[in-house]
Write a protein that binds this ligand. Sequence first.
Ligand code: ZN
Length: 323
Amino acid sequence: MTFVREKHVDYIYGLDKREKDSFEYYVTEHLRMSGVYWGTTAMDLLKQSHRMDRDRIIKFVLGCQNSDGGFGGNIGHDSHILYTLSAVQVLATFDALNKLDYEKTINYVLPLVKDDGSVMGDKWGEVDTRFSYIILNMLALLKSLDRIDVHKISTFVLNCQNFDGGFGAIPGAESHAGQIFCCVGALAIANRLDEIDKDTLSWWLCERQLAKDGGLNGRPEKLSDVCYSWWVLSSLACMDRLHWIDKDRLHSFILACQDPEKGGIGDKPENMSDVFHTFFGIGGLSLLRAEPDLKMIDPIYALPVDVLRRVGIESPYTKRFKI
Ligand SMILES: [Zn+2]
């Protein structure tokens, strides 16, 4: 199958044009902020974000900020660090960070760091290495990493590495590819990737590629799924070991998960498209450099390289590859 570029553009554009309350494509109502990030970033990688309704999207994003400074997954929803990062990412993509109240936003995330360096997702206190990555990514985008103890936060992440080389949500928790992406990204931002056993971790990641279909899974014994093209590939890219997997077979697997008629990408061949897998599929193709005319995505920040440059971030990945 070939890459049905225009169909994907139409698919995402069509979703953006729907009426406000039929945004079910953005997964579910409470995840809408993340959906906007997946949709706009995918469109930007396809070099078509100018076709989206920038003003309406910015208004929506800013409308999700609560009085505590955090952003909810939708207007009127409770703040969570996850949606706060998505909000910052969308504003960065649309070159609209000047509309953000930096102090208010930063003051929401600072108290989420605990004494042991772990990071909570919201006021309810769940701790997870995903949130360690999120706070570092977000404050890097806002040029405010000096506001937190980066060493303490990244030390907690290092303590979550397992004997198999992978990382879990907390010390001792099972390795999982999504979690590994977050931990590797966090350590890359903290400039501490040299402190982990990259070879053991990269072997674990390579073993996620299935001989059966060339796709990648997230854990041993699981089926392949397009979103792992992102979690696994980005981690390997950060460690300069993208060539450890069979790129051609993964490329074919991602293309096989496209909907050739309506556009979009599903988790597996024949499954219905959704904006989450569309974004991570296109992100994977960008990292593979498998298709022409896609913007380069940065594996650490999960944003296009040119967006990062605009906010003044030259990530180690882009430096290494002189992109
Ligand atoms: Zn998936």
